[in-house]
Ligand binder design. Structure first.
Ligand code: NAP
Length: 303
């Protein structure tokens, strides 16, 4: 017979781990399921500088602290991929390893990375999606970072300490990320900010990246840039596998629900970047985790 929990949380990012902390403190039995690695997007952030209480902390350390806090409060945490969820008074959650039931379910499934969709992008040596993981391979080399958000800007700052040169390639004139970070990069000698620029082609030799073709987004003019590495940081798309199977995902792929994290299905809650919202930040993900857990615990008490 499947093991039963008051609350099952799908996703081990900041939203899911915060939900686990709050649900345990509310006295509920909790299972948190994560398919890849704990901490979500922050796990690969070189430095987090906007989380209250920490002037600066590495994303990996913050993720580790969240995990330890949830686990020490008694949340059961498993590295298993959720394959399906059956809705009902008791919900059945089937993973690649086991099946569980719960009274309330919190979806904190986050986002998955967007790619540029260029020919040869997948599997080409020199194309990376994680500066913290792969930066060391490019010591003393020339690299480019594509994107204009905080991930791209932080990656560029991190890589500038390792690489000979870092070119940030952004498709618009204005960066989406924090102006303070842009200003910081403008003052780093080996960083060049290239705006109105879009990577259109990867140039390679022997299955290794050697350069990029870059289009001017105003004129269409094409230029070439020699690089040993390209770090893609062009944002995220909602992870929809579970929400689609429940018929919950909206047209844009996000779970429609408000600040209370209550979805249209009784006993199912959504927290963090996977839900429709204006501000997707670490702090708002944690806030959602708290709201969803409080709502889920109240649902368990009523049921
Ligand atoms: P993001 O803010 O959505 O930025 C994605 C960037 O990629 C945008 O500049 C976008 O350009 C560009 N882009 C999207 N599709 C593209 C394409 N096909 N070709 C070229 N460029 C493309 O994503 P993010 O940087 O991953 O950040 C996600 C969230 O996490 C944000 O809210 C961010 O503030 C937050 N974050 C926080 C921290 C922290 O330390 N607290 C660190 C990293 C990220 P446009 O601007 O033209 O749309």
């Amino acid at each position: 017979m499947a093991e039963h929990f008051d609350i099952i949380i799908v996703g081990g990012g900041p939203a899911g781990l915060t939900a686990a902390i709050y649900a345990r403190r509310a006295g509920r039995t909790v299972l948190l399921l994560e398919k890849e690695g704990f901490g979500g997007q922050i796990a690969s952030a070189p430095k987090v500088e906007n989380y209250p209480g920490f002037a600066a902390i590495s994303g990996a350390e913050l993720a580790d602290r969240l995990y330890t806090q949830a686990e020490s409060l008694g949340a059961r945490i498993e590295l298993e991929e959720v394959l399906s969820v059956t809705d009902g008074a008791a919900k059945t959650v089937t993973t690649d390893y086991d099946s569980y039931t719960c009274t309330a379910l919190i979806l904190a499934t986050g986002m998955k990375r967007r790619t540029l969709g260029l020919d040869g992008e997948e599997g080409l040596k020199g194309v990376s999606f994680c500066a913290v993981c792969d930066g060391a391979f490019y010591q003393g080399k020339d690299v480019a970072v594509c994107g204009g958000g905080n991930t791209a800007l932080q990656d560029a700052r991190f890589l500038a300490e390792l690489c000979r040169s870092v070119t940030v390639i952004h498709r618009r004139g204005e960066f989406r990320g924090d102006p303070m970070l842009v200003e910081e990069l403008e003052n780093i000698a080996n960083v060049k900010l290239m705006t109105f620029a879009q990577v259109t082609e990867l140039i390679s030799e022997n299955n290794a990246l050697t350069g990029l073709k870059i289009a001017d987004t105003r004129t269409g003019e094409i230029a070439s840039l020699s690089v040993d590495g390209l770090f893609e940081a062009v944002g995220q798309l909602p992870e929809q596998t579970v929400s689609r199977s429940l018929g919950l995902a909206g047209e844009d792929g996000f779970l429609p629900c408000g600040e209370d994290c209550v979805t249209s299905l009784p006993g199912i809650f959504a927290a963090g970047d996977c839900r429709s919202k204006e501000v997707r930040q670490l702090t708002t993900a944690c806030a959602d985790g708290a709201c969803a857990a409080v709502a889920a615990a109240a649902y368990c008490r009523r049921t």
